[in-house]
Design a protein around this ligand. Structure first.
Ligand code: BGC
Length: 493
């Protein structure tokens, strides 16, 4: 992987001079002695995180180039460009009872849906969410899969009402597994590595469906996995069920990733494998992208101390698991060099991941004059006492990190659209094109979302961006996986 820790000189020139934001100028005028000492830290941070248009263009170009290189040959770039084996998307004609399991973050979801074909569409859906105990995230493979299978077995027992399984059939499920998997068919795939803080032993290198089947066997559960899919792929399928123009899906939650509809001819590494429809979905695994990212000393330190150093650098710069932690690291520096929160630095502030991305988002929503909510969130999460000037500075830090993340995510989306357009000549940019978005970060961080959308509009310009619809497809991945189970059912539908 080409880890760009020291950006090339061309990138450096994109970043200076950084204009002072009006808020920062106001802050400069009003600071007290304690906060003034922390100001150089903020100024340097803003300089290092700046994402002017030329830098964003470079990111979009690099993303498009890395996509091509990853499509040419396995290992051709940071982007794995994984074949999903999903060659046909739901049409609306699907019928019957289908399940979905969704494992991808700290929560695990089970869902069932009764599909009624063209006319009735989704007759009913039920789901349950179970949080994964922390120790299972670093335990053994059997422990994790036994936990999942047992939650699923309990859920199946509650089946009734509008949910009907025809006699003589096994239940079928889609399995959304949101980690990098090398698919070997629509219903099998090998885990390449864990991400997002998971480090379960014994799973990498194994077929995920086999792991689940064994655990379901131990529970005495008769269920067939008919589609193993990434959450981006499930989101695309779920959104496409309602809207034929959906061509790209992006997850911005704990982790991040994107997938899109690709022409089979544009995938040299397919080596002649045919698809009935001439199209297939590619899971980019863009979280591993790294080429040209504006990284700071805080990012490098966080990466070095992570369980996967040197990996998932784009994910570590733009996704929900990490934004709060980057902010915390900056605040520690401000506390040390500028006594931003007084002489004493509480242990909580020095604890990795004490400040979550939901915390920094909530702080940015505080519009009160004395920033009371900022003060209490800071106190609750990190144990610091803050005066008004310190709070203002903290909000500036949150904004700087959210802005960089949102804009870089926007540039990534444009990179994908650019690649699709280069191959299809006018087909992508000439008509309505929908990017289905999901994930808690996108949903719950309005400033981040705005920065993302603005970056897309800046990069594409008013004419082209008017065709691109960035649409929230809430929880599309659960229903999407069930729909893909239906599309790939062994029974006729
Ligand atoms: C995983 C992807 C997943 C994304 C969003 C990343 O860490 O590698 O497979 O799609 O998170 O959940």
């Amino acid at each position: 992987m080409s880890t760009v820790l020291n950006p090339p000189p061309t990138l450096r020139s994109f970043r200076s001079p950084t204009p002072r934001s009006p808020r920062l100028s106001m802050l400069l005028r009003s600071t007290t002695l304690s906060t003034a000492a922390a100001l150089p830290v903020l100024t340097k941070l803003q300089h290092d995180c700046a994402t002017p248009l030329p830098l964003l263009r470079n990111i979009a170009d690099n993303m498009a180039a890395d996509m091509r290189a990853g499509l040419a040959v396995d290992g051709g770039s940071d982007l794995k460009m994984i074949l999903s084996y999903v060659d046909s998307l739901p049409t609306g004609h699907e019928r019957g009872l289908f399940y979905a399991l969704d494992l991808g973050g700290t929560n695990f979801r089970v869902l069932r849906t009764q599909l009624g074909g063209r006319d009735e569409r989704v007759i009913d859906t039920e789901f349950e969410q179970v949080s994964i105990p922390q120790d299972l995230m670093s335990g053994t493979s059997d422990e994790l899969f036994d936990f999942i299978a047992s939650a699923l077995a309990k859920f199946v027992k509650k089946e009734g009402g509008k949910f009907v399984l025809p006699n003589g059939r096994s239940r079928e499920t889609g399995f959304t597994f949101s980690f990098p998997v090398k698919q070997t068919s629509i219903d099998s795939g090998i885990l390449i590595k864990w991400t997002k803080g998971f480090s379960v032993s014994g799973t990498p290198g194994k077929d995920i469906v086999a792991c689940l089947n064994e655990a379901m066997g131990r529970q005495g559960l008769d269920m067939r996995v008919s589609a193993l899919v990434n959450d981006t792929v499930a989101t695309l399928a779920g959104a496409r069920y309602w809207d034929d123009d959906v061509m790209v899906a992006v997850i911005l939650g704990t982790g991040t990733n994107a997938c899109y509809v690709e022409s089979v001819e544009a995938i040299p590494k397919l080596q002649g494998r045919k698809s009935t429809y001439g199209k297939t979905i590619i899971n980019t695994e863009w979280g591993a992208f790294s080429n040209g990212l504006p990284l700071t000393e805080y990012d490098r330190a966080m990466d070095a101390e992570s369980i996967n150093p040197g990996e998932q650098l784009y994910e570590k710069t733009i996704s929900g698991m990490y934004l709060g932690e980057i902010v915390r690291r900056v605040l520690v520096r401000m506390a040390e060099t500028g006594s931003l929160f007084g002489k004493h630095i509480p242990e909580k502030l020095q604890t990795p991941f004490a400040l979550g991305t939901p915390n920094i988002s909530s702080m940015q929503q505080d519009t009160s004059e004395d920033l009371e909510a900022v003060g209490s969130i800071l106190y609750e999460a990190t144990g610091v006492d803050s005066n008004l000037d310190a709070r203002k500075m903290v909000v500036e830090v949150c904004d700087t990190i959210a802005k960089r993340g949102g804009r870089l995510a926007g540039a990534g989306i444009v990179g994908i659209l650019q690649k699709m357009e280069e191959d299809s000549k006018g087909v992508v940019f000439g008509k309505r094109m929908v990017v289905a978005m999901d994930g808690g970060l996108y949903e719950h961080y309005p400033q981040y979302k705005r920065y993302l959308k603005n970056a897309v509009a800046e990069l594409l310009g008013p004419e082209l961006s008017s065709h691109v619809v960035i649409e929230h497809s809430k929880d599309g991945s659960g229903i999407g996986a069930a729909l893909l189970a239906a599309t790939n059912s062994i029974y006729e539908h």
